[in-house]
Design a protein around this ligand. Structure first.
Ligand SMILES: O=C(O)C(=O)C[C@]1(C(=O)O)C=C[C@@H](O)C=C1
Length: 366
Protein backbone atom coordinates (compact mmCIF):
# COMPACT_ATOMS: atom_id res chain seq x y z
CA UNK A 1 0.00 0.00 0.00
CA UNK A 2 1.52 3.33 -0.96
CA UNK A 3 1.30 6.52 1.08
CA UNK A 4 -1.40 8.01 -1.15
CA UNK A 5 -3.86 5.10 -0.68
CA UNK A 6 -3.11 4.95 3.06
CA UNK A 7 -4.03 8.57 3.56
CA UNK A 8 -7.12 8.11 1.37
CA UNK A 9 -8.23 5.17 3.51
CA UNK A 10 -7.59 7.26 6.57
CA UNK A 11 -9.67 10.07 5.15
CA UNK A 12 -12.53 7.72 4.35
CA UNK A 13 -12.31 6.27 7.87
CA UNK A 14 -12.40 9.72 9.49
CA UNK A 15 -15.35 10.76 7.37
CA UNK A 16 -17.20 7.62 8.44
CA UNK A 17 -16.56 8.62 12.04
CA UNK A 18 -17.91 12.12 11.30
CA UNK A 19 -21.03 10.56 9.68
CA UNK A 20 -21.58 8.44 12.80
CA UNK A 21 -21.19 11.43 15.12
CA UNK A 22 -23.48 13.54 12.90
CA UNK A 23 -26.16 10.89 13.17
CA UNK A 24 -25.93 10.95 16.96
CA UNK A 25 -25.90 14.77 17.11
CA UNK A 26 -28.94 14.93 14.83
CA UNK A 27 -30.86 12.41 16.93
CA UNK A 28 -29.95 14.28 20.12
CA UNK A 29 -30.91 17.69 18.70
CA UNK A 30 -34.31 16.28 17.72
CA UNK A 31 -34.66 14.73 21.18
CA UNK A 32 -33.90 18.16 22.66
CA UNK A 33 -36.44 19.80 20.32
CA UNK A 34 -39.04 17.25 21.47
CA UNK A 35 -38.49 18.33 25.09
CA UNK A 36 -38.81 21.99 24.06
CA UNK A 37 -42.21 21.17 22.51
CA UNK A 38 -43.24 19.54 25.80
CA UNK A 39 -42.04 22.64 27.69
CA UNK A 40 -44.24 24.73 25.37
CA UNK A 41 -47.26 22.52 26.17
CA UNK A 42 -46.58 22.92 29.90
CA UNK A 43 -46.42 26.71 29.47
CA UNK A 44 -49.76 26.65 27.64
CA UNK A 45 -51.47 24.72 30.43
CA UNK A 46 -49.93 26.87 33.20
CA UNK A 47 -50.38 30.35 31.73
CA UNK A 48 -53.24 32.21 30.00
CA UNK A 49 -50.82 34.17 27.83
CA UNK A 50 -47.87 31.80 27.66
CA UNK A 51 -44.44 33.38 27.27
CA UNK A 52 -42.28 31.09 25.20
CA UNK A 53 -39.07 33.11 25.05
CA UNK A 54 -37.25 32.94 28.41
CA UNK A 55 -34.11 35.10 28.39
CA UNK A 56 -33.03 34.00 31.88
CA UNK A 57 -33.13 30.30 30.95
CA UNK A 58 -31.29 30.91 27.66
CA UNK A 59 -28.54 32.80 29.51
CA UNK A 60 -28.22 29.91 31.99
CA UNK A 61 -28.02 27.31 29.19
CA UNK A 62 -25.30 29.29 27.38
CA UNK A 63 -23.29 29.80 30.58
CA UNK A 64 -23.41 26.06 31.32
CA UNK A 65 -22.26 25.27 27.77
CA UNK A 66 -19.28 27.62 28.15
CA UNK A 67 -18.36 26.40 31.63
CA UNK A 68 -18.22 22.71 30.71
CA UNK A 69 -16.57 23.16 27.31
CA UNK A 70 -13.31 21.21 26.96
CA UNK A 71 -12.39 21.99 23.35
CA UNK A 72 -10.93 21.76 20.81
CA UNK A 73 -13.74 24.17 19.86
CA UNK A 74 -13.47 27.43 21.85
CA UNK A 75 -16.22 28.05 24.43
CA UNK A 76 -17.66 31.10 22.66
CA UNK A 77 -17.96 29.25 19.33
CA UNK A 78 -19.65 26.32 21.08
CA UNK A 79 -22.06 28.77 22.75
CA UNK A 80 -22.89 30.20 19.30
CA UNK A 81 -23.85 26.71 18.10
CA UNK A 82 -26.10 26.22 21.12
CA UNK A 83 -27.51 29.70 20.53
CA UNK A 84 -28.70 28.45 17.13
CA UNK A 85 -30.00 25.16 18.55
CA UNK A 86 -32.12 27.07 21.09
CA UNK A 87 -33.23 29.42 18.34
CA UNK A 88 -34.71 26.57 16.27
CA UNK A 89 -36.18 24.95 19.41
CA UNK A 90 -37.94 28.20 20.32
CA UNK A 91 -39.12 28.57 16.73
CA UNK A 92 -40.70 25.12 17.01
CA UNK A 93 -42.44 26.18 20.26
CA UNK A 94 -43.67 29.48 18.81
CA UNK A 95 -42.14 31.52 15.94
CA UNK A 96 -40.79 34.84 17.20
CA UNK A 97 -41.06 38.17 15.37
CA UNK A 98 -38.32 40.65 16.28
CA UNK A 99 -38.37 44.31 15.18
CA UNK A 100 -35.02 46.09 14.85
CA UNK A 101 -33.65 49.43 13.70
CA UNK A 102 -33.01 48.75 10.02
CA UNK A 103 -32.40 48.61 7.22
CA UNK A 104 -31.20 45.04 6.75
CA UNK A 105 -27.45 44.72 7.02
CA UNK A 106 -26.93 47.18 9.90
CA UNK A 107 -25.11 46.36 13.13
CA UNK A 108 -28.50 46.31 14.87
CA UNK A 109 -29.53 43.54 12.45
CA UNK A 110 -26.37 41.63 13.44
CA UNK A 111 -27.18 42.20 17.13
CA UNK A 112 -30.72 40.82 16.65
CA UNK A 113 -29.38 37.67 14.98
CA UNK A 114 -26.65 37.27 17.60
CA UNK A 115 -29.18 37.48 20.42
CA UNK A 116 -32.13 35.50 19.03
CA UNK A 117 -30.35 33.25 16.52
CA UNK A 118 -31.17 32.88 12.86
CA UNK A 119 -34.50 31.08 13.25
CA UNK A 120 -36.19 34.27 14.49
CA UNK A 121 -38.04 36.40 11.95
CA UNK A 122 -36.34 39.81 12.04
CA UNK A 123 -38.20 42.86 10.72
CA UNK A 124 -36.31 46.09 9.87
CA UNK A 125 -37.98 49.40 10.83
CA UNK A 126 -36.87 52.91 9.91
CA UNK A 127 -36.61 54.56 13.32
CA UNK A 128 -36.01 53.69 16.97
CA UNK A 129 -39.47 55.17 17.76
CA UNK A 130 -41.02 52.74 15.22
CA UNK A 131 -39.34 49.81 16.98
CA UNK A 132 -40.82 50.93 20.33
CA UNK A 133 -44.28 51.40 18.73
CA UNK A 134 -44.27 48.01 16.99
CA UNK A 135 -43.46 46.20 20.26
CA UNK A 136 -45.96 48.28 22.27
CA UNK A 137 -48.68 47.45 19.74
CA UNK A 138 -47.79 43.76 19.97
CA UNK A 139 -47.12 43.42 16.23
CA UNK A 140 -43.56 42.42 17.12
CA UNK A 141 -42.82 40.41 20.25
CA UNK A 142 -39.46 42.04 20.98
CA UNK A 143 -37.35 44.90 19.64
CA UNK A 144 -33.62 45.54 19.26
CA UNK A 145 -32.20 49.07 19.47
CA UNK A 146 -28.65 50.43 19.87
CA UNK A 147 -27.99 52.16 23.21
CA UNK A 148 -24.29 53.06 23.38
CA UNK A 149 -21.04 52.86 21.47
CA UNK A 150 -17.67 52.71 23.22
CA UNK A 151 -16.24 55.53 21.11
CA UNK A 152 -19.34 57.59 20.20
CA UNK A 153 -21.32 57.50 23.49
CA UNK A 154 -25.05 56.98 24.11
CA UNK A 155 -27.84 56.80 21.56
CA UNK A 156 -30.18 59.50 22.83
CA UNK A 157 -33.20 58.35 20.80
CA UNK A 158 -33.18 55.03 22.62
CA UNK A 159 -32.95 56.55 26.11
CA UNK A 160 -35.66 59.07 25.19
CA UNK A 161 -37.85 56.19 23.95
CA UNK A 162 -38.21 54.98 27.54
CA UNK A 163 -39.42 58.40 28.73
CA UNK A 164 -42.68 57.93 26.84
CA UNK A 165 -43.01 54.14 26.88
CA UNK A 166 -43.82 51.44 29.42
CA UNK A 167 -41.76 48.84 27.60
CA UNK A 168 -39.18 46.89 29.57
CA UNK A 169 -35.56 46.11 28.92
CA UNK A 170 -35.41 42.32 28.77
CA UNK A 171 -31.85 41.80 27.54
CA UNK A 172 -28.63 43.30 26.23
CA UNK A 173 -26.22 42.38 23.43
CA UNK A 174 -22.68 43.53 22.94
CA UNK A 175 -21.19 43.55 19.48
CA UNK A 176 -17.60 44.31 18.56
CA UNK A 177 -17.95 46.76 15.69
CA UNK A 178 -15.76 45.87 12.75
CA UNK A 179 -16.07 47.92 9.59
CA UNK A 180 -15.54 46.36 6.16
CA UNK A 181 -14.65 48.24 2.99
CA UNK A 182 -17.14 46.86 0.47
CA UNK A 183 -17.43 47.02 -3.29
CA UNK A 184 -19.98 45.60 -5.73
CA UNK A 185 -19.29 43.06 -8.46
CA UNK A 186 -19.10 45.82 -11.13
CA UNK A 187 -17.01 48.29 -9.09
CA UNK A 188 -13.84 49.48 -10.81
CA UNK A 189 -11.62 49.36 -7.72
CA UNK A 190 -9.00 51.64 -9.28
CA UNK A 191 -11.56 54.38 -9.93
CA UNK A 192 -13.45 54.77 -6.65
CA UNK A 193 -14.71 58.35 -6.37
CA UNK A 194 -17.32 58.04 -3.58
CA UNK A 195 -17.43 56.21 -0.24
CA UNK A 196 -20.83 55.83 1.44
CA UNK A 197 -21.28 55.09 5.15
CA UNK A 198 -23.16 56.21 8.25
CA UNK A 199 -21.52 59.30 9.78
CA UNK A 200 -20.42 57.25 12.84
CA UNK A 201 -18.70 54.70 10.61
CA UNK A 202 -16.94 57.47 8.68
CA UNK A 203 -15.76 58.94 12.00
CA UNK A 204 -14.63 55.54 13.30
CA UNK A 205 -12.53 54.88 10.14
CA UNK A 206 -11.23 58.42 9.61
CA UNK A 207 -7.50 57.70 9.95
CA UNK A 208 -7.71 54.68 7.67
CA UNK A 209 -9.61 56.71 5.04
CA UNK A 210 -7.14 59.61 5.32
CA UNK A 211 -4.30 57.18 4.59
CA UNK A 212 -5.89 55.04 1.86
CA UNK A 213 -8.46 57.31 0.18
CA UNK A 214 -7.42 60.87 1.16
CA UNK A 215 -9.04 62.60 -1.82
CA UNK A 216 -12.18 60.56 -2.30
CA UNK A 217 -15.54 62.07 -1.43
CA UNK A 218 -17.12 60.65 1.77
CA UNK A 219 -20.92 60.60 1.72
CA UNK A 220 -22.81 60.20 5.01
CA UNK A 221 -26.08 58.24 4.64
CA UNK A 222 -28.76 57.17 7.14
CA UNK A 223 -27.21 53.76 7.93
CA UNK A 224 -24.43 51.39 6.91
CA UNK A 225 -27.08 49.09 5.43
CA UNK A 226 -28.25 51.97 3.22
CA UNK A 227 -24.62 52.59 2.15
CA UNK A 228 -24.30 48.95 1.10
CA UNK A 229 -27.63 49.06 -0.76
CA UNK A 230 -26.59 52.16 -2.72
CA UNK A 231 -23.33 50.86 -4.15
CA UNK A 232 -24.86 47.72 -5.58
CA UNK A 233 -25.26 49.29 -9.01
CA UNK A 234 -22.65 52.07 -8.87
CA UNK A 235 -19.36 51.09 -10.48
CA UNK A 236 -17.35 53.98 -8.99
CA UNK A 237 -18.49 53.75 -5.34
CA UNK A 238 -17.58 51.82 -2.20
CA UNK A 239 -19.37 51.44 1.16
CA UNK A 240 -18.29 50.94 4.74
CA UNK A 241 -20.53 48.49 6.58
CA UNK A 242 -20.55 45.27 8.62
CA UNK A 243 -20.42 41.58 7.68
CA UNK A 244 -24.18 41.15 7.43
CA UNK A 245 -24.42 43.97 4.88
CA UNK A 246 -21.77 42.26 2.75
CA UNK A 247 -23.79 39.03 2.58
CA UNK A 248 -27.21 40.77 2.49
CA UNK A 249 -26.26 42.78 -0.62
CA UNK A 250 -23.79 40.29 -2.06
CA UNK A 251 -20.80 42.64 -1.87
CA UNK A 252 -17.11 41.88 -1.83
CA UNK A 253 -14.78 42.83 1.07
CA UNK A 254 -11.89 44.78 -0.47
CA UNK A 255 -10.38 45.57 2.96
CA UNK A 256 -11.34 44.03 6.31
CA UNK A 257 -11.63 45.59 9.78
CA UNK A 258 -10.67 49.13 8.79
CA UNK A 259 -11.83 50.77 12.06
CA UNK A 260 -9.22 52.98 13.78
CA UNK A 261 -9.95 51.51 17.23
CA UNK A 262 -10.20 47.70 17.08
CA UNK A 263 -11.84 47.48 20.53
CA UNK A 264 -14.85 49.49 19.31
CA UNK A 265 -18.01 47.92 20.79
CA UNK A 266 -21.71 48.76 20.55
CA UNK A 267 -24.26 47.74 23.16
CA UNK A 268 -27.86 47.05 22.18
CA UNK A 269 -31.00 46.62 24.28
CA UNK A 270 -33.73 44.07 23.79
CA UNK A 271 -37.11 45.57 24.62
CA UNK A 272 -40.30 43.68 25.41
CA UNK A 273 -43.49 43.72 27.43
CA UNK A 274 -42.83 41.13 30.14
CA UNK A 275 -40.53 41.13 33.17
CA UNK A 276 -37.69 38.58 33.25
CA UNK A 277 -36.93 36.25 36.20
CA UNK A 278 -33.40 36.25 37.72
CA UNK A 279 -30.74 34.29 35.81
CA UNK A 280 -28.07 34.51 38.51
CA UNK A 281 -26.02 37.15 36.69
CA UNK A 282 -28.25 40.10 35.92
CA UNK A 283 -28.40 43.83 35.41
CA UNK A 284 -31.16 46.23 36.40
CA UNK A 285 -31.83 49.57 34.71
CA UNK A 286 -33.79 52.38 36.37
CA UNK A 287 -34.99 55.81 35.33
CA UNK A 288 -34.92 58.45 38.07
CA UNK A 289 -36.39 61.95 37.90
CA UNK A 290 -34.48 63.84 40.58
CA UNK A 291 -35.89 66.73 42.62
CA UNK A 292 -34.64 70.12 41.52
CA UNK A 293 -32.49 70.68 44.61
CA UNK A 294 -28.88 70.61 45.80
CA UNK A 295 -27.50 67.15 46.53
CA UNK A 296 -30.16 65.41 44.41
CA UNK A 297 -27.66 63.03 42.82
CA UNK A 298 -26.00 62.16 46.15
CA UNK A 299 -29.39 61.10 47.51
CA UNK A 300 -29.60 58.58 44.70
CA UNK A 301 -26.03 57.31 44.82
CA UNK A 302 -25.61 57.02 48.59
CA UNK A 303 -28.26 54.30 49.15
CA UNK A 304 -26.75 52.27 46.29
CA UNK A 305 -23.30 52.43 47.89
CA UNK A 306 -24.73 51.71 51.36
CA UNK A 307 -26.45 48.51 50.18
CA UNK A 308 -23.52 47.32 48.07
CA UNK A 309 -25.22 47.81 44.69
CA UNK A 310 -22.64 48.38 41.91
CA UNK A 311 -23.56 50.94 39.31
CA UNK A 312 -22.22 50.20 35.80
CA UNK A 313 -23.39 53.41 34.12
CA UNK A 314 -25.26 56.66 34.67
CA UNK A 315 -26.54 58.92 31.88
CA UNK A 316 -28.36 62.23 32.14
CA UNK A 317 -31.14 63.35 29.76
CA UNK A 318 -33.43 66.40 29.83
CA UNK A 319 -36.82 65.53 31.34
CA UNK A 320 -39.04 66.87 28.57
CA UNK A 321 -41.23 68.98 28.48
CA UNK A 322 -39.86 70.53 31.71
CA UNK A 323 -37.12 73.02 30.97
CA UNK A 324 -33.91 72.50 32.98
CA UNK A 325 -35.14 69.33 34.67
CA UNK A 326 -33.16 66.12 34.25
CA UNK A 327 -33.61 62.39 34.49
CA UNK A 328 -30.91 59.82 35.20
CA UNK A 329 -30.64 56.45 33.49
CA UNK A 330 -28.80 54.14 35.87
CA UNK A 331 -27.58 50.59 35.15
CA UNK A 332 -26.71 48.39 38.14
CA UNK A 333 -25.39 44.88 38.64
CA UNK A 334 -27.98 42.53 40.18
CA UNK A 335 -31.68 41.73 39.76
CA UNK A 336 -34.52 43.93 40.99
CA UNK A 337 -35.69 40.99 43.17
CA UNK A 338 -32.37 41.00 45.12
CA UNK A 339 -32.85 42.08 48.74
CA UNK A 340 -30.05 44.69 48.67
CA UNK A 341 -31.40 46.27 45.49
CA UNK A 342 -34.93 46.42 46.96
CA UNK A 343 -33.54 48.06 50.13
CA UNK A 344 -31.55 50.64 48.13
CA UNK A 345 -34.50 51.56 45.89
CA UNK A 346 -36.85 51.82 48.90
CA UNK A 347 -34.48 54.44 50.35
CA UNK A 348 -34.18 56.34 47.07
CA UNK A 349 -37.92 56.50 46.24
CA UNK A 350 -38.97 59.11 48.87
CA UNK A 351 -36.04 61.35 47.85
CA UNK A 352 -36.94 61.66 44.15
CA UNK A 353 -39.83 62.86 41.99
CA UNK A 354 -40.14 59.54 40.17
CA UNK A 355 -38.34 56.22 39.96
CA UNK A 356 -39.18 53.63 37.33
CA UNK A 357 -37.62 50.21 36.90
CA UNK A 358 -36.93 49.87 33.18
CA UNK A 359 -36.06 46.21 33.51
CA UNK A 360 -33.98 43.47 35.07
CA UNK A 361 -32.32 41.19 32.55
CA UNK A 362 -29.44 38.72 32.12
CA UNK A 363 -25.98 40.14 31.49
CA UNK A 364 -24.87 39.47 27.93
CA UNK A 365 -23.35 35.95 27.76
CA UNK A 366 -21.94 35.72 24.21
O1 LIG B 1 -36.81 26.25 28.92
C1 LIG B 1 -37.69 26.76 28.25
O2 LIG B 1 -38.55 27.51 28.74
C2 LIG B 1 -37.77 26.48 26.81
O3 LIG B 1 -38.72 26.91 26.19
C3 LIG B 1 -36.67 25.76 26.12
C4 LIG B 1 -35.65 26.69 25.49
C5 LIG B 1 -34.45 25.81 25.00
O4 LIG B 1 -34.42 25.49 23.82
O5 LIG B 1 -33.63 25.47 25.84
C6 LIG B 1 -36.25 27.40 24.34
C7 LIG B 1 -36.73 28.67 24.45
C8 LIG B 1 -36.63 29.49 25.65
O6 LIG B 1 -36.33 30.80 25.34
C9 LIG B 1 -35.67 28.92 26.61
C10 LIG B 1 -35.16 27.68 26.50
Amino acid sequence: MNEQTMSNDELIGLRQKIDEVDEKIQRLINERAGYAVQVAKAKKTQEDNPIFYRPEREAQVLKKVMARNEGPLPADKMARLFREIMSVCLDLEAPQKIAYLGPAGTFTHMAALKHFGKAATTVPLSTIADVFREVEAGSAMYGVVPVENSSEGVVNHTLDGFLSSDLKIIGEVELPVHHQFLVGEHTKVGAISKIYAHSQALAQCRQWLDTHYPNVERVAVSSNGEAARRIKNEWHSAAIAGEVAASEYNLHKLFENIEDTPSNTTRFLIIGREAVAPSGQDKTSILVAAKDQAGALIQILQPLAKHGVSMTSIETRPERPNKWAYVFFIDMLGHIDDANMQAALAEIRPQVKDLRVLGAYPKAVI
